[in-house]
Write a protein that binds this ligand. Sequence first.
Ligand code: PMV
Length: 393
Amino acid sequence: MMKSVTCTAPVNIAVIKYWGKRDEKLILPINSSISATLGQNELRAKTTAAISKDFTEDKMWLNGEEQPMTSSRIQNVLKEIKRRAQKRKSQEMADDSIHWHLHVCSENNFPTAAGLASSAAGYACFVHTLAQLYGITGEISDIARLGSGSACRSVYGGFVLWDMGTEQNGSDSIAKQIAPESHWPELRILILVVSDQRKYVGSSEGMQTSVQTCELLKKRTEIVSSRIDQMTEAILKKDFETFAELTMKESNQLHAVCLDTFPPISYMRDVSHHIVRLVHNYNKIVGHTKVAYTFDAGPNACLYLLEEDVPAVMSLVNHFYPPVQNGTELTVKGLSIEKIPHQQNIVDAIQLPTQPGAVKYCIHTKVGPGPQVIKSPAESLLDSTGQPKTVST
Ligand code: PMV
């Protein structure tokens, strides 16, 4: 007898950034944050969780490799899931399946830990899948938050606010949807992957050092709350220029905070700064804020822009960062992009050198829905005996 559930969950990219905790264990942030949830065809975590009387221990596999389940974050999430399941059991679950051992198998369809919010998708998926397995209903973003702060925002689709809350026990530090994915259908996200290597300072360690040493972070907490209101309004009104400007300022402030941390942390690389210049020069030349960049704890650029501007921007990306092999155009994963030649007058006015090979590939996506349950058994990551279907050797 085995019960199993498979789910997928999305990545989210913050436009108002979370950086710094006021409680390390409960993962309570020092400021609220806002993100957009990305489409799952391009970026998603997938998890199968199963419980069976025949399992002899809890086991977990991540991207084909067995992982210990001993990390305090995983344990905190499991404890909370079991606590809520127990509560429910006393009401309606008749069997003792809550005490059975658990097998969890997870994989991402994109590079892990490269500043592409893989932990957000991973923990949101883990929590959503376990909630389905144990029949837990109601708010689960607070459980996802225990795994990775930003994961609480991946529990919803569309545009999402993580309210920092004020309660000491974290009960009001939860995610709320500002608008569904259908709200702003023209919005697009173009990720320029410059590296899929692991980041050298993890976000938890980085945040902790910033909270301890960064003077600028104290100032930032005063600034963020009004930015939360401005960003919410820009999203609700679909005011791209305000949305874009705030997004860029937020990214810049996050990385300024990182540099003001002692010892300093720098996630952006030369090419990241080159992309920043390209975006600003382009916006200036066309006379409107048409593109926004944002960077998280890694060097990859995430561009927010409108559908109508994607072909022109992609032509510039191809011009400034051409591949060094396999033709003259970068590989784009995800939504297709109409190919148009770059405008020479714009290229000339941008006045930047080209950086061949600096961008590895691009991902083109749009705002998408929250976690999904996958019914088809063929999609399960575990076989009928609860073992992973594929394991790396
Ligand atoms: O949840 P974490 O620990 O992966 O932190 C993520 C922090 C940033 O991605 C840099 C910003 C954010 O709000 O997502």
